[in-house]
Design a protein around this ligand. Structure first.
Ligand code: ZN
Length: 152
């Protein structure tokens, strides 16, 4: 398990340092801002949605390694997904990090693909909001919420 954990950590550090899909998205038709006051993470998420499908998604902002890696991984996973699939991923990801029943949490991991690398965050309750901030912001963007999404 420790080898796997090291691998997970490498992926998170890599995405934290060199986030994918970082920058503005010309032609986006949804966006939202997100803020995690506990850590100070801020991000702006841009979406291009057509016929209920997320065709492209990018983000900008400044946050800790966990929030940046989570946003980077989220963008990779979301491309080509329907809004309903995105909601299902959020629910599964939230369960993975917060479900008190570890077996049930891990059971929801299987459908999450590369998002699973963030499973270790559940052992650090203070950082869970860093990991979920991009997803709260996604929901705000899909609903065209004018006020910034916050983890509080
Ligand atoms: Zn953070």
């Amino acid at each position: 398990m420790s080898d796997l954990r090291d691998l997970y950590q490498e992926v998170i550090i890599d995405h934290g340092r060199r986030p994918r899909n970082f920058g503005p998205l010309p032609g986006h038709n949804h966006y939202a801002e997100g803020f995690n006051p506990l850590c100070g993470d801020r991000l702006t998420l841009y979406l291009k949605v057509a016929d209920g499908v997320i065709e492209d998604v990018r983000f900008e902002g400044a946050g800790c390694a966990i929030s940046t890696a989570s946003a980077s991984l989220m963008c990779e996973v979301l491309k080509g997904k329907s809004e309903a699939q995105a909601e299902a991923l959020f629910a599964g990801f939230h369960a993975l990090l917060t479900d008190a029943d570890e077996q049930r949490a891990m059971a929801s991991a299987e459908a999450l693909g590369k998002l699973q690398v963030l499973a270790g965050v559940r052992e650090f309750p203070a950082r869970i909001k860093c990991a979920t901030l991009p997803w709260h912001t996604l929901r705000a963007a899909l609903h065209d919420q004018a006020t910034p999404a916050t983890t509080e």
